[in-house]
Design a protein. Structure first.
Length: 346
């Protein structure tokens, strides 16, 4: 009988596939948020919730449940929401939750199979279990986020939304890093390490993503102006470099985290600090891994253009979704670049 043999390359390919699913769900999450669909399903049923309403009576029950929450009472109800309108927003939240379940299965089932077959290399069992735990935590955070908008507010907490998005992106980076470590192992190379510079770059990007999530949660993209090609929306905000109307009454820290004008201002200008760091990172990568360097340049360049286009368009749905999607790809490319810079000689 043949002894179990580690299969690092097979595991790496599997993790890259799961990472692609995470990028996909981040994009679908953007659609869910921008269509105000996130509160359409008012219950969390991990198993039976995979089935949508199957007849008109079930649809009416789901719609009646939605009618009890503040979002319907204060916003969508007075706007004249119909059952057909409700089915549209229900669809996106349902798709978002189904994809989350698919990702969970796409990780848990192969992990169990690789484990049983003895295909996981020594030293990787704990890391893979940690990634699985992050996925489970993400599901819990998702419901924690949704629950914040079911009783006291017309939308979910922007802090909980930020937590939900950042945990997803952190998991994405962990998947990419682990897959690259496994691919290096298959080539007989040692694991990479996080250097001081790449940690600094990652933290700077984390701050940008955090403020981007706050902007999304507070709908702060709209404060720059409304309508297509509103030239006052960028680099100015409503005709001024520093926005007027910031509420400082509760202090500077509260304003920084809760005022849509100030949060948006920080997000758009901190971006250039991150760009400068990523330019340095990409230049360091050129002699080491030119493809990673190109990926980082392409990702942050596209992301900046999409951010500007988003405010110029008055937060057009598909432009804003593309902005969130490329944000995930930027995280993946920075994880790739950080790994390349952290590779040690064999």
């Amino acid at each position: 009988m043949t002894a179990p043999s580690p299969r690092p390359l097979a595991l790496a390919r599997w993790l890259f596939a799961v990472a692609a699913l995470v990028v996909f769900i981040v994009a679908v999450g953007g659609i869910t948020r921008l269509t105000e669909s996130g509160l359409s399903i008012t219950e969390w049923k991990p198993v039976s919730g995979v089935l949508p309403p199957l007849n008109e009576a079930q649809w009416e029950k789901a719609f009646d449940d939605y009618k009890q929450i503040p979002q319907y009472i204060e916003v969508t109800g007075p706007a004249g929401m119909t059952l057909a309108d409700f089915k549209f927003i229900f669809f996106w939240e349902w798709v978002h939750r189904v994809i989350a379940r698919i990702i969970g299965l796409a990780f848990a089932i192969p992990l169990a199979w690789f484990w049983i077959k003895g295909a996981i290399p020594k030293g990787y069992h704990g890391r893979l279990v940690a990634l699985l735990a992050l996925g489970g935590l993400q599901g819990t955070i998702g419901w924690w986020m949704v629950s914040s908008g079911l009783s006291n507010d017309i939308r979910v907490s922007h802090f909980r939304l930020a937590t939900h998005l950042l945990v997803a992106l952190f998991t994405l980076a962990g998947l990419i890093w682990t897959a690259l470590d496994l691919r290096a192992l298959a080539r007989g190379e040692p694991r990479a390490r996080l250097t001081g510079f790449t940690l600094f770059a990652s933290l700077a990007l984390f701050v940008q993503l955090f403020f981007g999530a706050l902007v999304a949660g507070m709908r702060a993209g709209y404060v720059a102006g409304a309508g297509w090609f509103n030239w006052d929306a960028w680099p100015l905000m409503q005709g001024s470099f520093f926005p007027a109307g910031i509420d400082w009454a509760l202090g500077h820290v509260h304003a920084l985290l809760n005022d849509p004008f100030l949060t948006h201002f920080v997000h758009r200008w901190w971006a250039w600090f991150v760009v400068a760091i990523l330019v340095v990172m990409a230049r360091k990568l050129r002699p080491i891994d030119r493809r990673a360097s190109i990926a980082i340049h392409a990702a942050f360049g596209t992301q900046v253009l999409l951010g500007i286009a988003t405010v110029y368009s008055g937060v057009e749905l598909w432009i804003a979704v593309a902005h969130q999607l490329v944000g995930a790809l930027l995280v993946a490319s920075v994880a790739w670049g950080a790994h390349a810079l952290g590779r040690r000689p064999a």
